[in-house]
Design a protein around this ligand. Structure first.
Ligand code: BGC
Length: 755
């Protein structure tokens, strides 16, 4: 019997047999193009079948593959995560469709975070490219590769704004700024989902983690996130609003408790803000066991109450824990949850399954993977994105680029680590695909010119026995390229660090390299801003490469030997040290701001100076008030001159648009890209506004000597802010606007919004 015929038959006959399961159309079950099909299914489903749709399991929970299959056959599961392999997935799907009573297909989830088999830079690196189109393309490739092995849903993008580099999951985010996180949200959702989710090569996206997870206190993962509503609306929520606008099919709730209520049980945030105000109409999944963890938080007395609270809050599907499976029926019988909530959750899930075309076309073509995985075109995009993600932090005396044929001592624990360069969350990446810096240097620059001695076997290595080889390699070379940083396992989920300095004996390795009197180029591969205060003076040039992915080697070789020019800019402020955290560009102004003229260094305070606070300002006595590198910072082999800022008017009405222009000239010798940034400040408002807010940017290419005028427009969607209750207002008054290279510089103009 064909699937479609079977489904039609079920739709006709089953309601008669199972008339008792009749479900009225719940008012909250939204209208959509599949509303009839969804209603028909809901009418036929038993309560157990409904609850099954709301349950996502990992195959590891079952004692055997057969036990998993039996559970699918018995209609106990609506979704599985962490199964791959086209044939395997097809078989599970076949059982769901042909052997379960209603034949509802499974939705297969997986963490496809920055690529599937072809690994792109970590998301923080992608954000450093500020290249929306390239990020979109990388997600479209990840979707194709993942779909080819049967995955139809990724748990990405993660769009948790974070201002704490100690938090390991900063690697997965787009950093500290809501606009950049919104860009990555939009780009990835468009990439994963394309414009037709039923296309077999697109997959459903999942905007996560809703909400506030990136504010974990102390950067310690899973920690509390006290977030005043004013900051929630202006900082943490905007990327989710953007994700909804971009059509995200699903949203994942977060592990954290926010202002005393676990995010997974937060009815106001989920039902009021996400559903009602933003109009989200896909489905909401919990994070892994985050419903059950509400018991550990001390919010739910037991699994039964946790299930009740999560469903009431609006969580449609439970990942990993079993509180829905174990308790929803009883809760319904006792009148503690409403059938309407259950129907609504199931309808949301079925809606996405229909959108994915799973009822029509549930199986994956098993021949696809061979032709798609690590396709040369995918590797090209991975190389390009890796190149654009790298940020040049320092380049004294134009140390970079190197001439081809330069004799290079290639040292450091990440120079030839095919696995470590891939970064966090690479379940399906294969280190055998990786091209390392050593591979690429040999290819680009010849083995005779490449003197390789890693010095340390891995980033945390405490043994310096390899240092003598390093000295020998340097003696044979003209310049040192040191690939340092952190192994991939040191960033990502639950990988908080209290100290950011390079682990192991890497500082000693750099000291050794610098002692030889040859130029030192330091390349950092890491999942976060590492502490460079102690080491930056040891290098003549620094390239910050994040974890660049499969094509790390060719991308870095291209940059180092000048085949391409660095253009990345920092998506997060680099602190001088942990004691400066949090430090971010978009802070509110204190009443006593520090400036270059008024801050006092600890050594300048006389012994037993008179104790008073007059003249004191908002800074640290040791680190001052500026970070090591500001948000938006990044050098080029070329140089740019910004001039002639002009605004279309210096007074506008709220409803009017303002145009801001400036001229950018390439004053250097290389054709290069420059990321031109637009910031504003609302100078006085009913709530203190940040000293700067990024409102737009353009990445432009300029030939040597070429000038271009960049034009930006600002309208009321840029010039207002959210009040703590979530209403958006634009207030009359004076504003500053900058067109800038980064958050601490720029050409400024002033305008006023009149009454
Ligand atoms: C993470 C999620 C992830 C999920 C499934 C959790 O631990 O917080 O981001 O999607 O696991 O692997």
């Amino acid at each position: 019997m064909t699937r479609v015929f079977k489904l039609a038959l079920i739709l006709l006959i089953v309601p008669i047999i199972f008339g008792a399961c009749k479900a009225e159309k719940a008012a909250s079950v939204h209208d959509n193009q599949y509303a009839n099909e969804i209603q028909n299914l809901l009418r036929q489903m038993t309560i157990e079948e409904k609850i099954a749709q709301m349950s996502q399991v990992d195959p590891g929970f079952y004692q055997s593959a057969d036990a998993l299959k039996e559970a699918i056959r018995n209609d106990e599961i609506g979704s599985i995560l962490n199964v791959t392999g086209a044939e395997n997935v097809n078989e599970l799907q076949r059982i769901a469709i042909e052997e379960s009573r209603l034949g509802i297909p499974l939705i297969i989830g997986r963490d496809v975070i920055h690529g599937f088999r072809t690994i792109f830079p970590i998301p923080l690196g992608m954000a450093a490219s500020w290249n929306e189109e390239l990020v979109r393309e990388s997600a479209a490739i990840a979707a194709k590769e993942a779909a080819s092995v049967g995955i139809n849903w990724t748990f990405a993008p993660m769009i948790d704004v974070t201002r704490d580099p100690r938090w390991g999951r900063i690697a997965e985010s787009a950093g500290e700024d809501p606009l950049l996180n919104s860009m990555v949200a939009r780009a990835m959702i468009h990439g994963f989902q394309g414009d037709d989710l039923s296309n077999p090569l697109t997959i459903a996206a999942c905007a996560k983690h809703f909400v506030g997870y990136g504010a974990a206190e102390g950067g310690r993962d899973y920690n509390n996130t006290p977030i005043p509503d004013y900051y929630l609306h202006n900082l943490f929520l905007p990327p989710f609003r953007e994700a909804v606008n971009a059509g995200a099919a699903t949203v994942m709730t977060a592990f954290n408790e926010i202002n005393g209520i676990p995010a997974t049980g937060h009815k106001h945030n989920i039902r009021q803000i996400l559903r009602k105000e933003y109009g989200f109409n896909g489905f909401i999944v919990s994070d892994w066991a985050s419903i059950e963890e509400m018991i550990v938080h001390g919010y739910s007395a037991d699994g039964k109450q946790a299930a009740q609270q999560a469903l009431e809050a609006g969580v449609d599907m439970e990942m990993a824990s079993r509180t829905y499976t174990d308790n929803l029926k009883q809760l319904l019988d006792e009148g503690k949850v409403k059938m309407e909530w259950i129907d609504e959750a199931v309808a949301n899930i079925l809606y996405v399954k229909f959108q994915l075309g799973l009822f029509e076309n549930p199986y994956v073509d098993v021949s696809l993977a061979d032709s798609l995985l690590v396709h040369p075109q995918h590797l090209e995009v991975a190389k390009k994105l890796a190149e654009e993600s790298v940020v040049l932090l320092k380049n004294e005396q134009n140390t970079l680029p190197l001439k081809k044929g330069t004799k290079v001592a290639l040292i450091g624990p990440l120079a030839h680590q095919p696995y470590e360069q891939l970064g966090t969350w690479i379940f399906d990446g294969d280190e055998n695909d990786s091209q390392t810096v050593l591979d690429a240097f040999i290819e680009f620059n010849g083995s005779n010119n490449t003197h390789f001695a890693e010095g340390l076997k891995y980033s945390r290595d405490q043994s310096t026995t390899g240092f003598s080889d390093v000295s020998r390699a340097i003696a044979q070379s003209d310049v040192v390229v040191a690939i340092v940083g952190e192994e991939s396992i040191l960033s990502g989920e639950a990988k908080t660090l209290a100290e950011l300095k390079l682990p192991g004996k890497q500082e000693e390795l750099l000291v050794l390299a610098a002692s030889k009197g040859k130029p030192v180029i330091m390349v950092v591969m890491a999942g976060r801003p590492t502490g460079l205060l102690q080491t930056q003076h040891l290098a003549d040039a620094i390239l910050y490469a994040w974890h660049p992915g499969t094509m790390a080697g060719p991308a870095l070789a291209n940059l180092i030997f000048g085949n391409s020019v660095p253009s990345g800019k920092l998506p997060v402020t680099f602190p001088k040290g942990e004691g400066q955290i949090p430090i971010y560009y978009a802070h509110n102004m204190s009443g006593r701001p520090a400036t270059a003229d008024n801050w006092v260094h600890i050594d300048d305070i006389p012994v037993q100076a008179v104790q008073h606070s007059l003249g004191n300002t908002n800074h640290s006595l040791d680190y001052g008030f500026t970070p090591l590198y500001p948000f938006g910072y990044g050098l080029s082999y070329s140089s740019f001159e910004y001039s002639n800022i002009e605004i279309s008017d210096n007074q506008i009405q709220v409803s009017e648009t303002l145009t801001v222009t400036a001229t950018i000239k390439n004053t250097g010798e290389y054709t290069a890209n420059e990321i031109v940034q637009l910031y504003i400040r609302d100078l006085s408002a009913s709530y203190v506004r940040p000293v700067r807010e990024l409102k737009n940017y353009q990445k432009i290419e300029l030939q040597p000597g070429e000038s271009k005028q960049v034009n930006f427009t600002l309208d009321k969607s840029d010039l207002g802010f959210y009040k703590p209750d979530g209403t958006y207002i634009v207030e009359p008054g004076k504003f500053n606007v900058w067109i800038a290279e980064h958050a601490e510089t720029g050409l400024m103009a002033e305008f006023e919004i009149s009454e």
